[in-house]
Design a protein around this ligand. Sequence first.
Ligand SMILES: [Zn+2]
Length: 420
Amino acid sequence: MKALLESSISWNSIKKHPKDSYRYYVRQAVIEKDTNILSLEVGLNFMPKKSDEDRFKLILCSEFPQIKAAEVKLYYMEELPEEAETIRPVSKAPTGNNGKDKESIKRKGQKYQESPITGNRVLGKKISEPSVRISEILSKEEGVTVEGMIFRKGSRNIKDGKKLVNYLITDNSDSACVKVFVSGKKWEQMDALLNEGDFIKVRGTVSYDSFEGADVIKARDIEKIDAALCEDKAEDRRVELHAHTKMSAMDGLADVQELIDTAANFGHKAIAITDHGVVQAFPDAAKYIKEKKLDIKIIYGLEGYLVDDEQIPEGGIPVEKGLDSKTAQSYHIILLAKDKEGLKNLYKLVSHSHLDYFYRKPRIPKSLLRTMRAGLIIGSACEAGEVFQGILKGYTEKQLKKCWIFTIISKFSHCKTTGF
Ligand SMILES: [Zn+2]
């Protein structure tokens, strides 16, 4: 108790004691039989910080796994009874443990040896059983094995230079908090080996952690594993003809390099880069496949904002009606450069859309596209495309055909992501 309390107090924030003696008195310590909840009241002759209570709770629960939760109260007592014990400030600074770092630590009453990291084995024994999805793990499960990507890691000083390490991992079915106690030296090795974005396989015990307020996995064994790569197993591989990079404002998160790598790993022969209204990803894309000597073709494209500035008389030739209304609805459209001429036209359209027709978005009038459509393959884009909007608006076949006038490829390209 004494040592646990000493390591829980944030001594740096405690003023030097006038009597030069910090003392504590346990006023109550009860473990409820049925619930295994510990109630602890500790009086101190100095003012502890509120957060010290939480730290003390965490340390107690970790040191005594049989406790389900702890209700802890640390408070100031003007006068302490005779039997109050003295506690000493402990230095919390990571001092490298003055060479006193122990290779083995005590846990659950039994000593277990901390072996150095070998190969992929970070901690404990080799894990041979397959892992389950994180979403499928149960509360209070023993010997559970999961794997996932680390998206956050951290450590806290506990005592004697020991560290409480936690990793937040996800396997995209759910996420979990993995905790483990290690020596300071072991943490240094783990910290160097495992970073955010790395994948680990973990075997441990699931139990409720009152500090986290959630179930956590207390790890016994940890292995570093290769990223679980997504594969395209289709016999006849597809080619993505509508893909956004970070250059699409509010519509893309991937670097163009990541996108190309993914398509190349899938064994795709080509990938279209179709950012919203812009073509800034092209130089990076071209440079990347050249440098990496990747066997994949870039289809240079664009997801444009098409505005209808035409009137088509019955059976007649379309006539321009102008773009007087700034609020004219724009529709998404996919333009893919088939050849050099198409690429040139694409660049011209991007320039005009920004310089001459920009209103909130770089818009492309239909009449302009009509004059510059050589070498371009035109697709209907997503649900914000004219064709699909027409269907939603209940257009007749005749009306739809007018939309289709430009469209060669029709596809529900955003079906999955936008929920249409
Ligand atoms: Zn779109």
